[in-house]
Design a protein around this ligand. Structure first.
Ligand code: GCO
Ligand code: MG
Length: 413
């Protein structure tokens, strides 16, 4: 069974997605997600110009060898563009293998290890009343764990905090993730003040705990904006509110920063949505500096590579907390759900819910009920790609916002 066709598909059903579709000579079709938010066409070009011609004629069953061929053989290893491209190939080959075996993909990964995946939703509000309303909405949708993001007095719009009603997802729900897609071809500039943020966030978590009680798992994302000592201070200040995790406290390049943070706080730490290989995690695992791995299948070289990361993490009692924003396509999310149901060290899965247009294009068959995600039981990933719908939603340039301090200095985000 050989790869006969490799197509790179780009569409914008509310936001941009890059999808690789592999077809074998005997007609099996596999899908892989290659979406890199705000840099989508770089991965599309990497796949189109450099990988598709290498794939034609390869044995579609040789997933590991193909992975090594693309990773070691490319000479230029790692990096988000390369690893998203390799991820798409890897995921599509797993999809094909599972379809050939007539099994849902997770069965090839060792079968089910749990009844479902605990998922967390996104709640946010500029002020407390909106935030409470947003948390209630999440609870109403069945979520049993909620990420809480808040506005900060004195600052304007903040990434992660929904500012406007957005029709894209329906139901009058406030969303932040569909806003950048509508902001046009230049990134929005936001303003940031770390001291104001550090003063305000603990008061919000105190209020939320008082309102919603001690049980509900609460998460928070600091989006890489703090220095090690600021991160330590935040972790310590949030200890009374018993967070499930505090995410991305420091910028992703300096793993040693997490040592400082860890020395000072017992708030669990999650990091890794912008990491792309096991090497980014190595010292964090070995020194047990984190508690959750944030990588997505899409940005880490696929199911083959992410499973290896989780196995390594398991040795150190570190769990999965896979990135599941709406810029990971339903193909990438389906892959994460198959992997998450199989691994021994599952922790939690982020689930932001795609728009109706995105669902129409991919028709994902994973399910979400009572706060739990479950994979489709049909052969493969359980996701399709509708070319007609894709054609009606062409690519549109869209960027994540950028972050500047009040004096205009570009800041981490
Ligand atoms: C999260 C995030 C996302 C990312 C986005 C980048 O935790 O879900 O941090 O909002 O910023 O996916 O593309
Ligand atoms: Mg995050």
């Amino acid at each position: 069974m050989h790869i006969a066709n490799a197509e790179v598909l780009v569409a914008n059903p509310g936001r941009n997605f890059v999808t690789l579709r592999l077809t074998t000579d005997d007609g099996f079709v596999g899908l892989g997600d290659a979406t890199l938010n705000g840099r989508e066409l770089a991965v599309a070009a990497y796949l189109r110009e450099h990988l598709t011609s290498l794939l034609i004629g390869l044995d579609a069953h040789q997933i590991e060898d193909t992975w090594q061929y693309l990773y070691r053989g490319g000479y230029w290893r790692r990096g988000p563009v390369t690893m998203a491209a390799i991820a798409a190939v890897d995921t599509a080959l797993w999809d094909i293998k599972a379809k050939v075996a007539k099994l849902p993909l997770y069965q090839l990964l060792g079968g089910r290890s749990r009844n479902g995946l605990l998922a967390y939703g996104h709640a946010s509000g500029v002020e407390l009343p909106e935030l409470y309303e947003s948390i209630h909405r999440n609870l109403g949708q069945g979520y049993r764990a909620v990420r809480v993001q808040t506005g900060v007095p004195g600052l304007g719009s903040l990434y992660g905090v929904a500012a406007s009603e957005n029709a894209s997802t329906g139901g009058g729900e406030r969303r932040y993730d569909y806003e950048p897609a509508r902001r046009g071809a230049v990134p929005l500039e936001e303003r940031w003040d770390t001291r104001a943020y550090l003063r305000h966030v603990p008061t919000v978590f105190e209020a939320v705990r008082n309102e919603f009680g001690p049980e509900l798992p609460l998460l928070h994302d600091a989006h890489h904006r703090l220095t090690p000592i600021q991160a330590a201070k935040l972790g310590k200040a949030l200890e009374p509110y018993d967070l499930f995790w505090l995410e991305d406290v420091t910028p992703a390049e300096n793993q040693a920063a997490l040592r400082r943070v860890r020395e000072h706080t017992t708030t669990p730490l999650a990091i890794g949505e912008v990491f792309n290989t096991l090497w980014d995690y190595r010292s964090l695992f070995e020194e047990q500096l984190i508690d959750y791995v944030r990588s997505a299948v899409t940005h880490t070289g696929g199911i083959t590579a992410l499973r290896r990361i989780f196995d390594y993490a398991a040795i150190y009692q570190i769990k999965s907390g896979v990135h599941g924003p709406t810029d990971v396509s339903p193909v990438g999310l389906a892959a994460a759900i198959h992997l998450g149901i199989a691994i021994p060290n599952f922790g939690i899965q982020e689930y932001m819910r795609h728009s109706a247009e995105t669902h129409a294009l991919f028709r994902p068959r994973y399910t979400f009920a009572d706060g739990m995600l479950n994979p489709s039981e049909e052969p493969g990933l359980g996701v399709d790609y509708d070319d007609e719908i894709a054609q009606a939603h062409p690519y549109e340039a869209a960027y994540l916002p950028v972050n500047r301090l009040l004096d205009g200095t570009m800041h981490d985000w």
